[in-house]
Design a protein around this ligand. Sequence first.
Ligand SMILES: Cc1cc2nc3c(=O)[nH]c(=O)nc-3n(C[C@H](O)[C@H](O)[C@H](O)COP(=O)(O)OP(=O)(O)OC[C@H]3O[C@@H](n4cnc5c(N)ncnc54)[C@H](O)[C@@H]3O)c2cc1C
Length: 434
Amino acid sequence: MKNIVIIGNGIAGVTAARHIRKLSDHKITIISAETDHFFSRTALMYIYMGHMKYEHTKPYEDYFWKKNRIDLKRAFVKQVLTDDKVLVTQEGEKIAYDSLILATGSKPNKFGWPGQDLEGVQGMYSKQDLDMLEANAPNKETCNRAVIVGGGLIGIEMAEMLRSRNIPVTFLVRENSFWNGVLPAGESEMINDHIKDHHIDLRLGTNLKEILPDENGRARAVVIAETGEELPCNVVGLTAGVTPNIDFLKDSGIELGRGIKVNRFLETNVKDVYAIGDCAEQHEGIGLRRPIEAVWYTGRMMGETLAQTICGNRLEYKPGHWFNSAKFLDIEYQTYGWVFSERSKSDTEQHFHWKHDDNTKCITVSTHTETGKFLGINTFGIRMRHEVFDRWLTEERTTDYVIKHLPEANFDPEFYKQFEIQILSAYTNQLQTA
Ligand SMILES: Cc1cc2nc3c(=O)[nH]c(=O)nc-3n(C[C@H](O)[C@H](O)[C@H](O)COP(=O)(O)OP(=O)(O)OC[C@H]3O[C@@H](n4cnc5c(N)ncnc54)[C@H](O)[C@@H]3O)c2cc1C
């Protein structure tokens, strides 16, 4: 029986623990500085918005851990002594391990803006961030305006959270269209309109210069870099991306890049030390994937894969075809395979784009220009079936095939029948024009 210690009780660490328990009798301890129990980070916004309570975000009852002999410890690990196979906590306690799994997640980026550590300035990542937002912005009387800095998925969620309490929001986005490093132009522009429709003051092509304090050291305004404009506010949300949470590993001898460097088996350079989830960085991205994948389901997959290795069946991490989903206010977004933005698209990638007249539904299909092969699809406001696109990508279908068989992929065929006819006719028109 081995002594397995896991740092981090997010989706990656907890999945590893659950699967190690299914496969073995090893002693398992999960350490976390954040909360006593695992909760769904993706559901944090719904607590602030009043749709659920914190208790509802816990996928397992509190008795689950004891019943499954998974020990939970609330502590911050400040040091890993790999030669001695020992961890040291903030309180100075030493914890020995045979195998160590690092699943320490991410932290919000801060780019050295003057005033970034003032009171009222915060990220939106942890349970502590949620509690802080509740204190900083309980209502529009306490918070007259919030400014959000950084136009990604967490930024738009934070804007939605604050708008749910009628708090005026200004959203500073460095790019000249929302998330256009990832989304093709037609989609990004549709989301710009959708953000503005929600009475969010969207400022594109706009950077933060500094955050100004009041006499008590609280944020009172932000200054816009391009114009020098001073925008009064009580809360500043820093949502300009996340970085792996690895500062405490600096002197551990574990190879670090932006994250914790791992091979395809999720092994670090130090024997018996592994990394999974947001904090893990592949030496080279798998296929077209990025070396660091800060998404929920890949954390789960890495946890499942590593459990096999820990229990004697050394297994390579193979995440399969890329997919993801998110929500931009009222519009659901799904992506299967690869659809790159104009900025990152290659010469052999061609897009077919269809948008509904109501400007809340669209799809973009990516095709290989020479072979006609289907490379991927983005859908907005139309829900599709993951397993169907996954199969078509494996079968290397053409885009012609995919468009003709779209009804098979639809989640709700009756409801979406009308859109398929429109999509097919737009696609046929485009082919005839070409
Ligand atoms: C608001 C929000 C919304 C999101 N929405 C989506 C979504 O819709 N879809 C999606 O795919 N992804 C989403 N994500 C990203 C997704 O939540 C993360 O990719 C995922 O939670 C990462 O899981 P993890 O297990 O790697 O790490 P985490 O969940 O970050 O867990 C790591 C834990 O380790 C603890 N820890 C770190 N260092 C130490 C230490 N030294 N000592 C002790 N404990 C430590 C941390 O406190 C934390 O509790 C969202 C993220 C946020 C913040």
